[in-house]
Design a protein around this ligand. Structure first.
Ligand SMILES: NC(=O)C1=CN([C@@H]2O[C@H](COP(=O)(O)OP(=O)(O)OC[C@H]3O[C@@H](n4cnc5c(N)ncnc54)[C@H](O)[C@@H]3O)[C@@H](O)[C@H]2O)[C@@H](O)CC1
Ligand SMILES: Nc1ncnc2c1ncn2[C@@H]1O[C@H](COP(=O)(O)OP(=O)(O)O)[C@@H](O)[C@H]1O
Ligand SMILES: [K+]
Length: 488
């Protein structure tokens, strides 16, 4: 393989990593050890960000708000880059630079700097096209003081577009917490060197507008969380048949609507054959493509061809539901456990110990997560990625923790974070559609991590394709189109 291909692959991998503040410091140290200096990194980051700002400004004036640290240093580099490209630019220095690299960057900026403070009146504050926020980045350690919050708010209110560099000031990089009230909304946020957890966490991520990464050559960090990637899914092999493509069993329960929604999604998620497993009458509204198998669940599962089983949507929580979950656990099959089955899941149940030895995905929303944490004796402390990892380790299953920013955790502690999904997904039944999609991918791949990641991407993309005010049935139908987009 050529060096260039190797390099492109490496860059594609590092472009997906999400680094905490501590990991970013370690990565920065790695670059220093390799002979780079902070000044050079700041130049690279500032110029990369400057180019984004130049394009966005499209000739309009730019105001760069600079703080005391290296985020402020980036701001001076951006300002000089803009000046070099004939963009009208003015810097407001909220505080004087305090680091060597920031001082040097400021000394290299030949344009106008207005010092914030009592001497700078409201009239003296620039107004206009684009505000660039370089007040604080990953070094923010406490809420903005009142004067800084007021300055940031005022400038944001008087510029048509707003770009946050690395992170919006006032955001905690590791947790996505907003440390002040009333922080501005941003048009664009430019992550420098690597993504930070806050770019994918509520509530910060919804204030950031579009998010883009500026590459500064950071190496891959072992153990870093990853951004959910657009999957590549292979079409069925030329000699495929329905069983080899993946036979999925969906355990029917008390509420057929949810089960059928899962099945609608599963039918479009790539599995070759989807069966509804029911002990009683077939529910009304079963689509023609969905095969109904009637009988006692252990007998139905005696067919050795199942690739995966989905249990939970519409299951109910009574003794009959419990018994079905027991059978599903005892089957040893690759398993997706959702909805009611998550609430019934207990570490003491026979078969739960075996989750680590087979492909299994748990798909809780926040409420179900709390029940699982209680049942598995977990503290529930920490942020969502940490909580998902704790449950994955305790259960041996992959955990897809749903929400506006969904997270996938593996039992080995690795984390994948989804980008913000359409808020139209907040419709009853969209979780059933996700569960059906995960199960369909599991029947095909038999790989819990791959199935969870592919399905999360397909679900999110299906929502974009479905537009606005869609029903969960329409969402299920859009899964097929989303899958067609990512065929190898
Ligand atoms: N890590 C890297 O490899 C690179 C980092 N760069 C930039 O450096 C930034 C991090 O720089 P720093 O660590 O200097 O951090 P910041 O520039 O975010 O600011 C930290 C400084 O502000 C002080 N501070 C923190 N919160 C405060 C508050 N609420 N009010 C007043 N002062 C406060 C801190 O004590 C510290 O002096 C990144 O966000 C990025 O923009 C880039 O220059 C490129 C390379
Ligand atoms: N505000 C939102 N923004 C983005 N995605 C959302 C939002 N609310 C819910 N979702 C997604 O929609 C799905 C809802 O699942 P769930 O809560 O199980 O709903 P239901 O039980 O009604 O099917 C999940 O995939 C979740 O990630
Ligand atoms: K910033």
């Amino acid at each position: 393989m050529s060096n260039r291909t190797d390099d492109a692959r490496k860059r594609a991998q590092t472009a997906r990593q999400i680094l905490t503040v501590a990991q970013m410091r370690a990565a920065e140290q790695g670059l220093m050890d390799a002979g780079h200096d902070v000044h050079a990194l700041m130049q690279r980051a500032g110029r990369g960000a400057g180019e984004w700002v130049r394009r966005l400004a499209a000739g309009r004036s730019v105001t760069v708000l600079c703080g005391p640290g290296n985020n402020g240093g980036d701001g001076y580099v951006i300002a000089q880059y803009l000046a070099d490209h004939d963009v009208p630019v003015c810097v407001v220095a909220a505080r004087p630079p305090q680091t060597d690299a920031a001082r040097r960057a400021r000394s290299l900026f030949a344009g106008e700097v207005r010092e914030a403070g009592a001497a700078l009146s409201q009239e003296g504050l620039p107004r206009g096209g684009v505000l660039v926020d370089c007040l604080f980045g990953s070094g923010l350690s406490r809420p903005l003081s009142d004067d800084l919050a007021a300055l940031l708010g005022d400038l944001a209110a008087h510029h048509a577009m707003r770009v946050a560099v690395d992170l919006p000031s006032g955001v905690d990089a590791d947790t996505g917490a907003l440390l002040n009230e009333g922080l501005p909304e941003w048009t664009l946020t430019l992550a420098l060197g690597a993504w930070k957890p806050a770019h994918f966490m509520m509530p910060a991520c919804v204030t950031m507008g579009a998010v883009r990464l500026v590459d500064i050559g950071v190496e891959a960090m072992p153990g870093a969380a990853q951004v959910l990637a657009r999957p590549v899914i292979a079409a069925p092999a030329p000699d495929a048949h329905k069983y080899r493509r993946g036979l999925l069993g969906i355990v029917a329960g008390a509420m057929p609507g949810a089960t059928l929604l899962s099945a609608q999604a599963a039918l479009r998620g790539g599995a070759g054959y989807v069966r509804l497993l029911t002990g009683g009458e077939a529910p009304s509204g079963v689509p023609a493509e969905l095969v109904v198998s009637r009988g006692a669940l252990p007998d139905l599962l005696a067919d050795g061809r199942y690739g995966a089983l989905l249990v939970g949507p519409g299951l109910g929580r009574d003794d009959a539901a419990r018994a079905k979950l027991d059978v599903a656990l005892a089957s040893g099959l690759p398993l997706v456990i959702d909805a009611d089955a998550l609430v019934l899941l207990q570490p003491g149940l026979a078969g739960v110990n075996g989750l680590a030895t087979r492909a299994c995905v748990l798909t809780p929303h926040e409420g179900e997560m709390q029940v699982l944490e209680h049942n598995f004796g977990l503290s529930g402390e920490g942020d969502r990625p940490a909580r998902a990892v704790a449950l994955a380790r305790a259960s041996g299953a992959h955990v897809l923790l749903k929400g506006p920013c969904s997270v996938i955790a593996a039992p080995d502690g690795s984390v994948t974070m989804g980008s913000r999904a359409s808020s139209w997904l907040s419709v009853a039944g969209s979780g059933d559609v996700l569960a059906g999609t995960v199960a369909s991918r599991l029947a095909v791949t038999r790989d819990a991590g791959a199935a969870a990641a592919q399905a999360l991407w397909l679900h999110s993309r299906a929502a974009e394709r479905a537009g606005s005010a869609f029903t969960s049935g329409e969402l299920a139908h859009a899964i097929g189109g989303a899958l067609a987009e990512v065929l190898a």
